[in-house]
Design a binder for this molecule. Sequence first.
Ligand code: NAD
Length: 448
Amino acid sequence: MTDPYAQFIATDLGKAVARKLGLPRPVTLRRFDPEAPLCDEPILVAGPGPMVASITHALREGHELDVVDSLDALTEETKLGALVLDLSSIREPAELETLRELGAPAVRRLGPNARVVLIGTDPDVLTDPVAIATHKGLIGATRSIAKELRAGATANIVLGPVDPGPAALVPAVEFFLSGRSAYVDGQPLRVGSTGAEFPQDPVRPLTGKVAVVTGAARGIGAAIVTTLARDGATVVGVDVPAAGDKLATVVNKVGGSALLLDITAPDAGRRILNHCRARHGALDIVVHNAGITRDKLFVNTDADRWGQVIDVNLRSIIAMNEAFLGEKGLGEGGRVVCLASQSGIAGNRGQTNYAASKAGVIGLVAATAPELASRGITINAVAPGFIETEMTARIPFATRELGRRVNSLQQGGKPVDVAEVVAFLAQPASTAITGQTLRVCGQSMMGA
Ligand code: NAD
């Protein structure tokens, strides 16, 4: 679970060798620290869109950041920490020139681990084909800018409704500016307008919430437990009985509780609900994290390998959701976050069963979200790319090195990178985000 190449490249000798041979030069990513500012360097907020004033206000007043409206306000040697460009009001391709005109000089001035956050309008809520083409164009440009950035910098785009309110957009912009999104790169995030609200407690936004995390004994699940607890939640960890000791260690550290349970048990959802209510008085957040791989080429996959993966990764979620989303399940403000995978988007050699299960999760999330909207419950997925865990440590060396390196950030993500995105989607301020799958893959270039 270590990346020896990245460690070598961080040394003076490694830097020299990489520069000479043109090898990838991964840097240590800027990850979230509740004590640190959202951004150390000045932020340029500009563009013709209507959100510029609200975003500038939120960053200046809420975060006490140095926000400028033009590069002219900075000395020539000052690096930018971030560029936020609101282009949500543009409606035809000629106006994409504004992105080039305002964006290119600013991107040239970005420092290490900087952020580019574009704001567009969600093509799915537009009706005019020319306007749709324009905003699809913005998404394409974002993906390309992300591929050009270096030294840990990322570019992402927030896609809002036609008349966005600041409460819907600002938390998403803050997320992309912060270290929470360290391993999210080149991605669009769609934000609706339903019931959006500013966080009551930005430092511990999950205070008073009870969360359950399946597959919590190790890897990404353990990091999700720690991160949700850091953000204020009381956390229940679920894992198989064989993982009991590890699970106890993880949940005891954060004052949570453990429930030993195979999630494929027919009554798993009801038992989790009962445990959470009996021990902690409520259940507000469900993270369907448990997952398995049983990799083989499709032609060599037997019924057992096929069935186990579909059962754990997809059918159990559908069955548990009957309890969680039924009449006696989650209430107003409830959150469901599922772990999908890049394999579920791009497919992967040797993972037909796994890709089927994870693509199924993505479909489930998109199809369930509209049913839950009137109840104030959101359901989303995160799709990790290559994350350094025991699961990926089992991948053969050459394939593992390829997975690690072939992404815009030139490194594998850490479990905490996925956990931060889960925690963001679980926040009360994320009410306007539902039915989506957000990739946490460093803009992987393998497959789609
Ligand atoms: P992991 O194998 O390290 O941990 C998975 C945990 O789930 C284990 O503790 C395991 O005991 C538990 N689990 C498995 N079957 C269970 C069952 N039937 N009931 C209860 N618990 C069960 O995996 P990870 O790498 O931390 O992955 C976590 C999630 O993220 C999975 O859904 C995985 O598919 C997904 N994911 C991981 C990566 C990656 O690069 N590691 C990439 C994409 C997606």
